[in-house]
Design a protein around this ligand. Sequence first.
Ligand code: PEP
Ligand code: MG
Length: 581
Amino acid sequence: MRIVKGIPASSGIVTGKVFLYATQSLKAPRYNIDTDEVSEEHERFMDALSRAKDDLDILKTETELKQVANELAIIDAHIMMIGDPEFERKILAGIEMRLMNAECIIEDTIQIMVQTLEETQDEYLKERTMDLYDIQSRLIHQLMYIERASLVDISEEVVLVANNLLPSEVLTMNRDYIKGIVLDTGGKTSHTAILARAFEIPAVVGLTSITKKVTNEDRIIVDGNEGKVFVRPNRITEQEYEEKLRKWIEHEEEMLTFHSLSARTTDGHTVVLKANIEIPEEVDSSITHGAEGIGLYRSEFLFMRPGEHASEEEQFLEYAKVIKGMKDHGPVTIRTIDVGGDKVLPGVEEFDEENPILGWRAVRFCLSRPDIFKTQLRAMIRASVYGPLRIMFPMISGLEELNQVLEIVEEVKRGLFRDGIEYDHNIKLGTMIEVPAAALIADVLAKRVDFLSIGTNDLIQYTIAVDRGNEKIAYLYEPLHPGVLRMIKMIIDKGHGKNVPVGMCGEVAADPLYTCVLLGLGLDEFSMSPVGIPEVKRIIRSVSMEDATSLVDAIIELESYEEINRYVRNWMDERFEIFNY
Ligand code: PEP
Ligand code: MG
């Protein structure tokens, strides 16, 4: 047995079989061929086509045995597409006419087919673009004799072990079968970790070289609460973990009983607890965990699905789904597209920057791409007819930027008005505070908006100058650093000075260790992954505002992170039994 310690990224416990995922983005070669090589290239293609068909037939038989209807329908569609004689004819003719290799002709032919589908008005047909990309990948892997390790095709329960995972890979992988995630890289607030929490998949990250310590099919225990991984566990450890899992499930069930209670301290101070979501499907989980609204809908994930262009109509439907789903459960805060940094858009090469974390991100991207930004705003504002909407802007660094963004919102509204399209005239606008310069002028920004929301994931990263996704320096990423604490206090005070409510949607809001500190600092709204809400609520309901304020008074003058951390841990341990933090 081997025990490896990493960073707990998503709570829960799971035991399973390793699926070692070698991340490889396949770049297909493109080269010219001679006329006398055409028949050889035809043969190469026909051979790959027949192997890809055989693979699909095997997959179909396996899926039939499992009786999963919707998966079977997808495989049938792929079999039909790959067996289409017209497709085969186009590739053979393309090779002959253009004298290019099969991989190149396949990519170009599929690209044309994708464009045709995207131009149709039929939503069903548009969605088939993903299937075409899938067929393309199958054929190219066969041509290059590379085994296709696809997270989409996983069809038995496994624990995914990888060096790194892109947020877009977590978004599209087969979540029915991936029961745990274990990574060499990453930090607690990397977007991959955030998505693992959203999908309630236990995860440990930042393990440095776990991919070199396991082989496929090894048994592994993932303890996402304590950040530990046990490779090839012995019998005693397995039994110990069966017991831990039983207790964890009991704890989770108890937490859900807080669902309908308000987040009110023993002396009557109430705060609002909201959910952070990444996809509309998380609305149900937000409601069952007792969210009083969505405090952060990370809309950029809508743009990260391969093969999709989120058109105005598609976005409108998604936003409307969230707003309608939350009906009577509080307002929905949609954050405008926040790409860049670790969230690159598939196929956009401009994101390849020297310093992406300080680069072309979030509103900076939006202001230089008004086409994308205005389309998104139009879709959001149109969806406001279904319920209370708040729009929030990420990475605002100064007043000029905020003014520009607010001006564009007004312009989009005027356009809708001219077009006779209805929308709610009471949409609330807010800005995130996640850049230190914005924190320092939070009072100036607060005068122009209806609410502020502190994004600690980035604010800590920029304040301490520590990459949130880099496990080597994760020890420096410290929410209780006195510099961070003072900054949060300053933002809340400045917001309140202008009568503007201040919320927090960074991961600090979800960690029970910080709940009383944030309460004592006067935070109005805590927004977090739905699963985190009940524990935070339990703590708020068993403390008084007076006590929380005295905790803050005691720590605010302390000089080092270590002193503050020790003080807060002792203070919390004396009062609460917390499962993990
Ligand atoms: C944050 O930075 O705290 C935040 C909520 O935004 P994101 O994690 O998406 O960068
Ligand atoms: Mg952020």
